[in-house]
Design a binder for this molecule. Structure first.
Ligand code: PAF
Length: 285
């Protein structure tokens, strides 16, 4: 595995590989790698000649009061993990390398952001868009890999790809879960012992909702009710939202009588950890 820190080096390495006809799979991350990231890298390994991973804690996607300074970083451990997952090129740029000048464009995501977590994180997806546009231009991947745990991010990225005509296939990787169903997240360690026991009920609530839809329930309001009741009855967490949309447009739907996909997404606040999870239903059954 080769570590690259200069954007020019990365761009020229990628162009050399493209000339040789190699396909490139790209896994953008902010580091502090966990099994979720490694699953993305392994999928990229299977589907491409070359795997590129970036590790960059992107200041532009952190709002005031968010944890940019204290965001966990462990480049040595990450390097070993990336290598073990089959990464060929690990791009670890400094902030000045990615943002040598203040942006002369106002990159503002206008669609798919007024719902779910985007409502509260003003400007967050603008920062995600800015860094991904830069990274996509440097790497020119054939495929880019994202986890569906962050389904809103994936939805926003589909919008960027469509708007800017990036010839990149977005590969969506299902959420990696603990054995009891809890979605893997670095935040899970902030749960108390009791909360950790309750937390798998979030996924159980989503499964219950899926079963109800498969059994014929069409009303999104009723499904939201089922999810809320289950979470309220089986956890001490406070529901932040339970929302249902068409996916990836994130447009409101009142009934599951739709074609395409629908997402049921939840966020629940525990004492020191806010957990998110979702399930995407293919309605073409
Ligand atoms: O999901 C993340 O880790 C980040 O939002 C991403 C996509 C790497 C952009 O900084």
């Amino acid at each position: 595995m080769k570590i690259v820190t200069s954007r020019m080096d990365l761009a020229s390495l990628m162009s050399d590989n493209k000339k040789m006809g190699k396909s490139i799979g790209f896994v953008p991350t902010m580091g502090y790698l966990h099994e979720g990231h490694l699953t993305l890298a392994k999928a990229a390994r299977e589907q491409n000649d070359l795997v590129v991973m970036s590790i960059f804690v992107n200041p532009l996607q952190f709002g005031p009061g968010e944890d940019f300074e204290t965001y966990p970083r462990d480049p040595e451990r990450d390097t070993a993990l990336a290598e073990s997952a089959g990464v060929d090129y690990l791009f670890i740029p400094a902030v000045e390398e990615m943002y040598p000048n203040p942006l002369s464009l106002d990159i503002k995501v206008t669609d798919r952001i007024d719902v779910l977590c985007g409502k509260k994180r003003q400007g967050h997806f603008d920062g995600v868009a800015a860094v991904l546009i830069k990274l996509f231009n440097l790497v020119s991947p054939d495929r880019a890999y994202f986890g569906l745990k962050d389904a809103q991010q994936v939805a926003v990225i589909h919008g960027i790809i469509a708007d800017l005509f990036f010839p990149i296939e977005i590969v969506e990787i299902p959420t990696v879960r603990e054995e009891d169903g809890l979605a893997k997240s670095s935040r899970n360690v902030r749960l108390s012992e009791k909360e950790r026991q309750e937390a798998p009920e979030l996924y159980q609530a989503l499964l219950k909702a899926r079963k109800a839809v498969l059994d014929g329930e069409k009303s999104t309001a009723k499904i939201e009710g089922i999810v809320k009741k289950h979470i309220n009855e089986s956890t001490s967490g406070k529901i932040d939202y339970v929302e249902i949309y068409a996916y990836p447009s994130l447009k409101a739907i009142e009934s599951f009588d739709v074609k395409g996909k629908a997402i049921i997404a939840i966020a629940v606040q525990f004492d020191k950890a806010r957990l998110i999870d979702n399930i995407i239903l293919n309605m073409d059954f």
